[in-house]
Structures are given as C-alpha cells and as structure tokens.
Design a protein around this ligand. Structure first.
Ligand SMILES: C[S@@+](CC[C@H](N)C(=O)[O-])C[C@H]1O[C@@H](n2cnc3c(N)ncnc32)[C@H](O)[C@@H]1O
Length: 213
C-alpha cells in the first residue's frame, strides 16, 4: 500500500530541493545492484532527514540501520563542525560499497561505520546523542528506544522509520513485525519523556523530541 498517491509523491519531490549527485548515484546503484532497494530512504525522506539535522546542528548522530549509506549521508549534512555520525549495520556484505560512498562524500573521517548487531554495539558506545535514527529490525524498535533514551540530550530528536508499515498497522490480525511496530507506536505515545509526531511521509516516520530526563 502506498501511503501517498504516486503523482502527489512526484509533485512533492519536484518541489523539494534536489539530492546531490552522489546521493542520486547511491539511489541508482542501490536499485540496480542491491537486494531490497525499497529500504533506502529516497529523495523526499532524505531531504526531510537533512532538514531536521540541519535545524538541530547535532554534535553526535546515531543511526541504527545503515543499509547503503543514503540516510547517513543526508543526516551528516547537518552535523556541526567537529560533529560525528555513528552508523551501525549487521550486514557486512555492504561494507566495502558503503565505505566507498562515505569516502566519495569526503565524510569518512566524520562517519564511524560499524558492522555488527546494534543491540550489542549501542551499550558499548560512550557518547550522548543529539539525533538518533532507528531504521533496522522492527522487532527491536522498542528495545533500541530503551537503549538510547537516557543518552539522548534534552531537546534531542529520535526518529523511527516505517511506523505505518505499509498501512499494516491498521490490520486486525497483525503479523510479528506489524505487532512490534504497533507496540512501539503505543509505547512512544505513552512515554512522557518525549513529545511525538507521526509524520505520514513515505512509510511513516515517528519524530520524537526529548522533553524531560
Ligand atoms: C531499512 S534498512 C536501512 C535503510 C537506511 N537507513 C536508509 O534510509 O537508506 C535496515 C537495515 O538494518 C539492518 N539491520 C537489521 N537488523 C539489524 C541489527 N540487529 N543491527 C544492526 N543493523 C541491522 C539491515 O541489515 C538493513 O541494512
């Protein structure tokens, strides 16, 4: 199920700033050469990520789910001077491709790209975060939120992708992943440490601002 009509999506993209040539290339290569290209954020959502990051000017960004590096590079556009982005993915097969993209963007010094299970890596990180993007295995969304919430600075932002899960959140008999997404949305809605907006962009993006410790 498309959340937004295809023509309206194209219209929204037409009146949204262009992606860089490198982002266009990553988008193209991913669709031509990588499995499950639908996972890539894409033009419109990528510009939203860039815009949020540029408004926030984060010192440290954490991304859970690198895939081909598209969203990492979008968010890195907003990093403040000397800021860094940590991005984690369990899929080592994409490592060389993604490292090359980060080098091409001249961002390899500012992006700490780690291969491994995010549930294992996050507890070992020392940093506090200004911006977190949760975009990996759906069944662990609530767990990732719990792992990061105490280490997000006040007014910091947590984003979670795919929270409408192709519209399946409305089903009466949800499968395992859908159940996890529904439980996550309900958990966020109840948690008064964050203020939240569910943006119906692409597959749904939950935007959470940390308002109390
Ligand atoms: C939807 S894709 C990320 C898309 C990317 N953020 C973007 O917008 O272009 C999800 C990624 O999460 C990764 N992933 C799944 N389970 C993971 C885990 N336990 N730890 C780290 N990464 C994981 C997958 O390998 C996949 O590359």
């Amino acid at each position: 199920m498309d959340i937004i009509d295809k023509e309206l999506q194209a219209y929204a993209e037409k009146y949204t700033s262009e992606e860089s040539a490198l982002l266009k290339k990553i988008n193209r290569d991913t669709h031509a050469q990588v499995l499950q290209p639908r996972m890539l954020s894409g033009h419109l959502q990528g510009r939203v990520l860039s815009m949020i990051s540029s408004l926030l000017r984060p010192k440290v960004i954490l991304e859970i789910g690198t895939y081909t590096g598209y969203s990492a590079l979008c968010m890195a556009e907003g990093l403040r001077e000397n800021g860094k982005l940590i991005t984690i993915d369990i899929n080592e097969e994409l490592h060389d491709r993604v490292s090359e993209y980060f080098r091409e963007a001249n961002m390899h010094d500012r992006i700490d790209y780690r291969i491994g299970d995010a549930s294992v890596i996050i507890p070992r990180l020392q940093e506090r975060f200004d911006l977190v993007f949760i975009d990996a295995d759906k069944e662990n969304y609530a767990h990732y939120f719990d792992l990061v919430i105490d280490r997000v600075n006040l007014n910091g932002i947590i984003l979670a992708d795919n929270v409408l899960w192709s519209g399946k959140v409305l089903q009466n008999k949800p499968d395992k992943d859908t159940r996890a997404v529904v439980d996550f949305n309900e958990m966020v809605q109840r948690d008064n440490r964050v203020e939240n907006v569910l943006l119906p962009i692409r597959d749904g993006m939950m935007v959470m601002r940390k308002v109390s410790p």
